[in-house]
Design a protein around this ligand. Sequence first.
Ligand code: TXD
Length: 319
Amino acid sequence: MARKKIALIGAGMIGGTLAHLAAQRELGDIVLFDIAEGIPQGKALDLSQCGPIERFDAKITGTNDYADIAGADVVIVTAGVPRKPGMSRDDLLGINLKVMKAVGAGIKEHCPDAFVICITNPLDAMVWALREFSGLPHNKVVGMAGVLDSARFATFLAQEFNVSVRDVNAFVLGGHGDTMVPVTSYTTISGIPVDDLVKMGRSTKERIDEIVKRTRGGGGEIVALLKTGSAYYAPATSAIAMAEAYLGDQKRVLPCAVYVEGKYGLDGLYVGVPVVIGADGAEEVIEITLDDEARQNLQVSVDAVKELLVACRQIDGSL
Ligand code: TXD
């Protein structure tokens, strides 16, 4: 069987990290695409030379030509501009919308059967726009945010309870950004809900609220420290988990930005919800029962995403 082909659109910090992880895991041959000349070619060469040491078999090439992504099985999109300190994710809207238009056209022409994972911010609006521009079926275009947000939540909870991160199952809903909705009633440590652990006196509501707040601002905390860009290791590994779920038909239940129509009272919107990822892409949205607080928070998040879509339509009349 021929190797799978992984196209990475954007060869910046996340793109390069994605290429390295995909090669180490031998997900397939890798094509790094970027508009910047030399960057994808240089990174591809550098990463190829990890092969003899890490002993992976994966061909890694760099390109500025969309024709080279032809027939890709998975496309991961990070093309665009990341946040600088003081910028909100939404400030990126106008610039990155244009980028999504070009990327969508490239995918439509060269690999319309691919599973597409969008990472570019503002995530929930960009994944929607990318789907519109590419014309791919909704189940084949998803956004990465929830896997990262729940990993951040899990990291902080593991620290708080002094337990292994492996035993924390964190649950985050909603849009990526300050309106995301960490749901503590569905967040467990080896099956024990965090709310119960609080009742048992292992933490306090105040401390958990503090962790929720830190999770919401998790991206900004890193931007403020790095000063020249945003997080890239954890975002990359999150998207790789999603790609593996698709390629291996794993049926993993992952929080992803997917198109939700009907469930959660939504009428056709990309937002973060738990979804089964398998060979058909986003196979099934899982609708959980929300308490009043989570429902209200989700509504705030949905309203924020809707506002962005209005702004996108104002910028690009074709949407
Ligand atoms: O959870 C999440 N979804 C995120 C999202 C977590 C962290 C960062 N997130 C966003 O990912 C971030 O706000 C950015 O929008 C993207 C990519 O972040 P990265 O850190 O990789 O940015 P870089 O290093 O600036 O890389 C972007 C590359 C860069 O090499 C540009 O030359 C290229 O994108 N670029 C393009 N490539 C192809 N086509 C076009 N039009 C283009 N424009 C810029």
